[in-house]
Design a protein around this ligand. Structure first.
Ligand SMILES: Nc1ncnc2c1ncn2[C@@H]1O[C@H](COP(=O)(O)OP(=O)(O)OP(=O)(O)O)[C@@H](O)[C@H]1O
Length: 370
């Protein structure tokens, strides 16, 4: 376990390092909606969940992210009582299989409803499984399917099908809604309507447990995010906090005609050091960053497309361009970017393309070929 994992695996709430403090609600706040402590699940030899600790507070949108096979769907299934798992799992204070189904909505990752029904009939059908269900029409309107209410499910596009499935998950007006990759296969307009729906549900007090591979979606929607890797939570916190802690610096991506040579990297380092007047001592800048934001010369590194100058804030871009020219590096294009949840994901899953891991021979061996 690396340092980050060790520090955050016990941080079941907002990055607090003390796991004991997370296990109880000594502050006397509202009871968490979901609690998992030491949750384990194996399929034969395959360890899907390896001691997951988490808690989800009432009304929050909790995002669960992680690579394929990290255990997200298994955790959703464990929390919804659709698979058994070891450890302590509580939903509304009860074991998952004892929770009133009226209070929980679930959109599974794989959901194949009967096809010989219209969208409206399908929502009617699922509504009929509950003691009290919402009217079908407004539910379909919520997911942007009102105009296709009478279309056969089998004739709908993939995105329309998914939206109809979301409708079946909210027809009981749940207090807690599990959405396992709700927007997979949905076009941008459909995604946006689902996003608005999630925001509205959360605004109305519904607790939402969302898994997704769309980092922009999770960054936008989630109050807190847990990153699952190899069946364990390796980081948890608000997106902004995770980005600040793990996302890295803003950077300027410089496109060349391929990875920059070690000689080019050295030249740019030298020019950056001079042009940006940054501290170049080993171990980083003593006096912190200047207007460029570049904190030390090692922030220049080779990438697959060219090179990256790390720590460049918007006001430092012109100076960085001057440094490139001074170094005699002809670039094709520049792209400045701020760190995002995707950077956090890539760093903490070890899937980042990282020329820093290059060997002494200067050959880049980046990961993250996704
Ligand atoms: N029913 C099953 N039988 C055997 N192994 C399973 C089963 N379900 C999941 N697994 C395994 O458990 C591990 C976790 O799978 P899971 O589906 O929970 O991951 P995930 O994070 O949801 O992945 P994805 O992002 O691809 O949906 C994987 O190694 C998977 O192959």
């Amino acid at each position: 376990m690396n340092e980050t994992a060790a520090a955050s695996a016990s941080a079941a709430d907002g990055g607090e390092p003390d796991r004991e403090a997370d296990a109880t609600d000594s502050a006397g706040g509202p009871d968490p909606v979901v609690v998992g402590e030491g949750v384990r699940k194996s399929y034969g030899e395959v360890v899907a969940l390896d001691g997951v600790d988490l808690r989800v507070e009432p009304g929050e949108v909790f995002g669960l992210i992680g690579p394929n096979g990290a255990g997200k769907t298994t955790l959703v299934r464990a929390l919804t009582g659709t698979t058994e798992a070891e450890g302590d799992l509580r939903v509304f204070g009860a074991p998952p299989d004892e929770v009133d189904p009226q209070r929980v909505g679930l959109l599974p990752q794989s959901f194949d409803p009967p096809e010989r029904l219209t969208a409206a009939e399908l929502v009617d059908y699922y509504g009929g499984l509950y003691d009290a269900a919402r009217d079908t029409e407004p539910v379909l309107r919520d997911v942007g399917m009102a105009d296709d209410a009478d279309a056969w499910y089998e004739k709908l596009s993939g995105g329309q099908k998914r939206r109809t499935c979301v409708a079946t998950a909210i027809v009981n007006d749940p207090d807690l809604l599990f959405l396992d990759e709700p927007t997979t296969g949905i076009d941008p307009a459909g995604r946006r309507s689902i996003h608005r729906l999630i925001e509205r549900l959360a605004g109305d007090g519904t607790t939402v447990f969302l898994t997704s591979h769309a980092m922009d979606e999770v960054e936008r929607l989630a109050d807190r995010v847990a990153l699952l890797r190899d069946g364990a939570v390796v980081a948890v916190g608000a997106p902004d906090a995770l980005i600040a802690e793990h996302g890295g610096e803003p950077s300027l991506e410089v496109a060349l005609d391929g990875p920059a040579s070690e000689a080019d990297v050295e030249s740019v380092r030298g020019a950056v050091r001079g042009a940006l007047s940054v501290g170049a001592e080993e171990g980083g800048a003593e006096g912190g960053a200047d207007a460029s934001g570049s904190e030390d010369a090692s922030a220049v590194e080779s990438t697959r497309e060219g090179l990256r100058i790390g720590g460049v804030r918007p006001e430092g871009i012109g100076t960085a361009v001057d440094a490139l020219e001074a170094a005699g590096v002809a670039f094709e294009s520049l792209a400045w970017s701020e760190p995002s949840l995707e950077d956090v994901y890539l760093r903490l899953t070890g899937e980042e393309y990282s020329p820093r891991s290059e060997g002494p021979d200067g050959v880049t061996r980046g990961g993250g070929d996704r």
